[in-house]
Design a protein around this ligand. Sequence first.
Ligand code: ARG
Length: 459
Amino acid sequence: MKLWAGRFQKETDTLVNDFNSSITFDARLYKEDIEGSMAHAAMLGRQGIIEAREAEKIIDGLKAILADIEADNVEFSLDNEDIHMNIEALLTDRIGQTGKRLHTARSRNDQVALDFRLFVKREIPVIIGMALELEKVLVKKARANLETVMPGYTHLQRAQPTTFAHYMMAYANMIRRDITRLEDCTERMDECPLGAGALATSTYGVDRFQTAAALGFRKPTDNSMDSVSDRDFAIEFLSACSILMMHLSRFSEEIILWCSWEFKYVELDDAYSTGSSIMPQKKNPDVAELVRGKTGRVYGSLFSLLTVMKGLPLAYNKDMQEDKEPVFDAIDTVEMCLPVFTAMLDTLTVLPKNMRKAASGGFINATDCADYLVKKGLPFREAYMIVGRLVNMCIKTGETLDTLPLKDFRSVSGVFDADVYEALELKTCVNGRKVCGGPAKEAVERQIEAIRAFVEERG
Ligand code: ARG
């Protein structure tokens, strides 16, 4: 018999029953649901809304249910629709009439808002912890490659020389922002919706500050309608996850390129690559490809929830039951991708010779050649034009700036001297860029230190 049988003259159609039910996925909120109910019951008892011994009986009953669920001794039923009603039904089955007092001054609307918030709020530190592990590996790789010169690209065309350490620190900075984005959204979701009731609180003397504190929230939410209608905490979380995945996806794309024979900048560990079923020579970067691919699922989750919410009048609408699966899927995806990505990066071998080879023998030092002229007094635009002419000349004769005879340099500008060759060396180009944020060893060391300190503060 349904809870609302008093109001209805017919049984719910089985199709509707199954359609309406969310227990198959929201069972995942059992712990948060029980904790929320325990805090609520304790508060009801303390406020004298129910008797203290009733509150105790409810809490003991809930504890026993929690233990049984964790021991896998509970079967939930579709007939009880969702996790909230399943647990309430179990409680009443077990402790009788007293169980029926738990739902005083509460609605499933504030209950689900609470459970879901608690759940997301608790997963965030898990994700942050995994992202911090990635930061550690990035720092480690950077430290080992402070002088590993490689090409830096724009438009995927060789642009200016940099180092693998500088590259790693670029990603470390993105991941740092991802972590702080997750921290920021935790801060905003740190308000407890319990006590908002269906939408307009209740006439009992509930103490929302008590339940908020008991459940580890900074404070109760300020407006009860907002509390039961709001899913922007989940949307914000999904957008932080999407940005994080976007970064992992770009990084994956680079790794995929770097381990191709065309680049061969890195070699993936055998344990983190896969072979082909037909081509014996193949060693594929499946992990990186899957991370890139799974990014789409997380974006999908974000868009699905944004779309669910966009037309809903206040306050609760059943549409909102669609909020959980995308969030669960995003959490599972991110929590699966981060550790495997980190381990893949940790175990990959850097091939500095190939990186250096790709950086040399071309025109990656052309900016430095122009800068050389500027340092000798020419305006940059003029210097730029001169080097453009030199590059054009080199392309015609099959030379590069490093091999071009001095007389040819001088045929274009008399400012060139024999010291140009030193200025064009890759080491000089990289080490000259000591500016804050640059690729020179000491500049990257400062970047590493900043990330190290960031990780340590959270360690
Ligand atoms: N299973 C529901 C959900 O996930 C719980 C809230 C139900 N509230 C209601 N008024 N029908 O959204």
